[in-house]
Design a protein around this ligand. Structure first.
Ligand SMILES: *Cc1c(COP(=O)(O)O)cnc(C)c1O
Length: 479
C-alpha cells in the first residue's frame, strides 16, 4: 500500500516511512492511494474474530512493509484484555470495545474508553507505541516525542510510550488547568523516559512553544524530535478497526446497516468511520456531534468551513472537543472533491491565510449526504440533561463528550433509516470529568478500583514559565 499527500506531492511512501513523520513535505496529509475494498466474503469471515485478529486483518491491508507475522504479534500484544480492563459492569472486557445496549437493537454505546487512560485515544496510541518500538528497533534509531496536551492526548501518549527504550516523551501541559484526575494520571508516572512539563499559562501557550520548537529545523533534526498528534495516519488507521467491531456487535448479519454517532473535535475519530464506510462497511449514517465549538457542524449544515481564531474557541465541559480548526478535516475534503489535490491546495490556501471556504454552491457539497454525513451540536445544559437522563432511565453513567454524541444522536434519529441501530462512540469514562458529573448528578463518578488511589500517588512534574528557550534547554539536557 502506497500513501499520497492530499496536496499532491509526487513521492508515494509506504506505511513505515510515514509512521514517525507528520505532514507530507507539501503540508498535506497522507492517505492511502486507494482504500482497500472489503467485500461480503471478508465481512462474513471477520464477523466473529477477536479484536486483535480483526485489527490484524484490517491493518495488514494498509501496511505492506511489516511482515504479517510481526504485525499480528503487535496486534495481539496491543489489543489484550490486560490493557483494556476497565469495562462497565456487565460488559465483556475481552471484547476490548464492548457494545452496551441502552435500547436493544436501537441505541447502544460502543465503549472505547476501557484502556489505561480511560479515553478512546488509547485505542490508537497503544498500537502506535508498539509500532514505534518495532520500527525504531529495526532501524536502530531513537525518537524524542514532543507534544502539548489539554488532557487526554498527553496521557494516552505517555501510557503508550512509558518504558520504551528508544523513545522519550516531553509533554507540555498548562499548569493547573487540567482536572485533578488528568494531572495525576500524567504526573504520577515514574518511568525515566517520561518528562512532564507544566507551563504556567494556557494550553495555547504550551501549543505555541511546541510549534516554535518544530519550526526550528536544526534543533528538530539534531535532537530527533517527533510527534504523535492527531494527524498521524497510523492513529486514524487503528481507529478504523472499532467501526468494524462495533458493526458486528450491533448486527446479526452483514445485510444490516448501522449508524454511528461520533463526538468530534479534530475529525480524527469520525475520519476513521468515513474510511471504514469507503472500504465497504455497511454504515447508513455518520452522525458528527460537536459541542459549542461547532466549526464542523457548521460545515455539514451550510457548506462553509470557517475555522475560528484561537481566541474564539469556547472553553466547555467537553474540553477534548474544544477546537477551532479540525486538523484531520483535509482528509475528508480530499475525498469529497474527488481526490483533486489542486482543489485541496486552493481551498487550504484560504484556510492557511486565516480565511474560510464555501462549498455550498458546488456539486461537491451535494455529495456530503452520499458520504453518509449528518451533524448537530450541543450545549453545557444539553450535556447535563443527557447525563442525568441516561443515569435515571438506564442506570448508565456517561462522560460529557459521550453525552454530546448521545444528544445529537437523539436529535438526528429521524434522519436515520428506520430499523437501523444508532451506536454512539463512548470516548471517555466519567471518572475523568468528575466536576461535570457532580453538577449533573450530585454524586461522584465511580473510579475503577486500580485507580482509586491515583490522586494520592507522588507526582513528578517540571514547572516552567512559557519560554521556548527554557523548554529547548530542558530537552537538550535530557536527550
Ligand atoms: C480527542 C477526544 C474527542 C475528539 O476526537 P477527534 O478525533 O479529535 O474528533 C472526543 N472525546 C474525547 C474524550 C477525546 O479525548
Amino acid at each position: 500500500m502506497k500513501y499520497i499527500s492530499t496536496r499532491g506531492h509526487a513521492a508515494k511512501p509506504e506505511f513505515c516511512a510515514i509512521l514517525l513523520g507528520g505532514l507530507a513535505p507539501d503540508g498535506g496529509l497522507y492517505l492511502p492511494e486507494a482504500y482497500p475494498r472489503v467485500g461480503r466474503a471478508e465481512l462474513d469471515a471477520w464477523r466473529h474474530l477477536s479484536y486483535a485478529e480483526l485489527a490484524f486483518q484490517i491493518l495488514t491491508r494498509f501496511i505492506s512493509d511489516i511482515p504479517a507475522a510481526d504485525l499480528r504479534e503487535i496486534c495481539v500484544r496491543t489489543y489484550n484484555s490486560r490493557n483494556y480492563r476497565h469495562a462497565r459492569r456487565g460488559d465483556d472486557a475481552t471484547q476490548i470495545t464492548p457494545l452496551h445496549w441502552l435500547e436493544p437493537g436501537k441505541l447502544g454505546l460502543l465503549a472505547l474508553s476501557n484502556g489505561p487512560t480511560l479515553a478512546f485515544k488509547d485505542m490508537a496510541m497503544q498500537l502506535l507505541g508498539n509500532l514505534f518500538e518495532y520500527v525504531l528497533e529495526r532501524r536502530d534509531e531513537t525518537i524524542n516525542i514532543l507534544g502539548a496536551t489539554s488532557g487526554d492526548t498527553g496521557s494516552a501518549a505517555e501510557y503508550a510510550m512509558r518504558g520504551k527504550a528508544r523513545v522519550k516523551v516531553f509533554m507540555l501541559s498548562p499548569a493547573g488547568k487540567m482536572s485533578a484526575f488528568q494531572r495525576a494520571q500524567m504526573y504520577s508516572l515514574t518511568e525515566p523516559n517520561i518528562f512532564n512539563i507544566a507551563v504556567t499559562g494556557m494550553f495555547d501557550e504550551a501549543q505555541d512553544i511546541v510549534k516554535a520548537v518544530f519550526n526550528d529545523a536544526d534543533f528538530k533534526a539534531r535532537h530527533r524530535i517527533g510527534a504523535v498528534n492527531s494527524i498521524n495516519w497510523a492513529r486514524v488507521a487503528a481507529q478504523v478497526v472499532y467501526y468494524f467491531k462495533g458493526y458486528f456487535a450491533a448486527t446479526r448479519s452483514n445485510d444490516e446497516q448501522v449508524a454511528f454517532s461520533v463526538p468530534s473535535g479534530n475529525f480524527g475519530n469520525i475520519c476513521a468511520g468515513h474510511i471504514a464506510r469507503c472500504m465497504g462497511l455497511p454504515i447508513a449514517r455518520l452522525i458528527l456531534a460537536t459541542n459549542e465549538n461547532d466549526v464542523l457542524d457548521e460545515f455539514f449544515r451550510t457548506g462553509v468551513y470557517r475555522p475560528r481564531a484561537a481566541g474564539e474557541t469556547r472553553i466547555t465541559s467537553s474540553p477534548s472537543m474544544d477546537i477551532s480548526k479540525a486538523s484531520n478535516f483535509e482528509r475528508f475534503v480530499f475525498d469529497l472533491v474527488g481526490r483533486e489535490p489542486e482543489k485541496v491546495r486552493e481551498l487550504w490556501a484560504e484556510i492557511d491565510a486565516g480565511r474560510a471556504f464555501d462549498l455550498s454552491t458546488t456539486p461537491w457539497f451535494a455529495r456530503v449526504s452520499d458520504f453518509g454525513f449528518i451533524s448537530g451540536s450541543s450545549t453545557h445544559a444539553d450535556r447535563l440533561a443527557t447525563i442525568k437522563r441516561l443515569y435515571e432511565q438506564y442506570g448508565v453513567m456517561i462522560d460529557p463528550h459521550t453525552a454530546d454524541g448521545v444528544k445529537v444522536a437523539h436529535d438526528k434519529a429521524a434522519d436515520v433509516p428506520s430499523g437501523v441501530p444508532i451506536v454512539v462512540l463512548e470516548t471517555a469514562q466519567p471518572a475523568k470529568f468528575s466536576a461535570t458529573i457532580r453538577e449533573a448528578l450530585v454524586r461522584d463518578p465511580e473510579i475503577p478500583d486500580d485507580l482509586k488511589d491515583l490522586e494520592d500517588r507522588p507526582q513528578r512534574v517540571e514547572v516552567m514559565s512559557p519560554q521556548v528557550s527554557a523548554v529547548k534547554e530542558f530537552i537538550a539536557k535530557r536527550v
